[in-house]
Design a protein around this ligand. Structure first.
Ligand SMILES: [Zn+2]
Length: 218
């Protein structure tokens, strides 16, 4: 028989940290991926975490946390950019499925962040739908500025940080944006039913690092 799923934000985060530690060490267990687990889940699901991450092919959620079927409710977009269906999916995970944790997962060397930085530095926007991604990364970059904006309508003196800091800034911005957009999430965090962890995945080491927390995982 399988064990009970984690019920608190702290327990859920501990499960993910343990799984990532196994992945980093190359000691993965591939838990809950067999025929019995598949059969057990055919009628219902009780994932213990919602993962909202970048679509990057190297940041595969269940693999890097060494988890299996039914463990994580996963939403991914390029650069973990937020839109209404993302919010709706996350709310489904916490309100209907009662997951006690939302993880926002960014990573180093993110192409979406690099594209947004390029647009800011050069003024050249990408064309087509890629622009929609860049459009949604830029707000988390520009909201904490500006240093030289005058009241005379002159241009912002925008300091664009390097790619690494920009990625973390975008991650922090996304965590805050989720709580701003979603009253359901903000309420769940305020009541201690849920926490949001913004974590950065290191492509080379496979390690995750906490960058931002809303609520408590202690
Ligand atoms: Zn990315």
């Amino acid at each position: 028989m399988t064990q009970q799923p984690p019920l608190t934000p702290a327990e859920a985060w501990a499960e993910l940290e343990a799984g990532n530690a196994r992945f980093v060490a190359g000691e993965v267990e591939h838990p809950r991926q067999g025929i019995d687990r598949r059969a057990e889940l055919s009628g219902e699901q009780h994932p213990f975490a919602v993962l909202f991450g970048c679509s990057d092919s190297r940041v595969a959620a269940e693999i890097i946390f060494d988890r299996g079927l039914g463990d994580m409710f996963v939403v991914r977009t390029a650069g973990h950019v937020v839109d209404t269906t993302v919010i709706g999916s996350i709310e489904y995970g916490i309100e209907v499925l009662h997951a006690p944790l939302v993880v926002v997962l960014g990573h180093d060397s993110c192409g979406a962040v690099a594209a947004a930085r390029h647009a800011l530095v050069t003024g050249e926007m990408p064309s087509g739908m890629i622009r929609a991604v860049v459009d949604r990364v830029i707000p988390s970059i520009v909201t904490r500025v500006p240093t030289g904006a005058g009241g005379d309508g002159s241009a912002f003196d925008l300091e664009v940080p390097g790619p690494a800091e920009l990625g973390r800034q975008h991650l922090r911005g996304t965590v805050r944006m989720l709580a701003n957009y979603s009253h359901a999430l903000a309420d769940a965090v305020a009541e201690g039913r849920c926490a949001v962890v913004g974590a950065e995945y290191k492509l080379a080491e496979g390690r995750i690092e906490v960058v931002e927390i809303a609520g408590s995982i202690d």
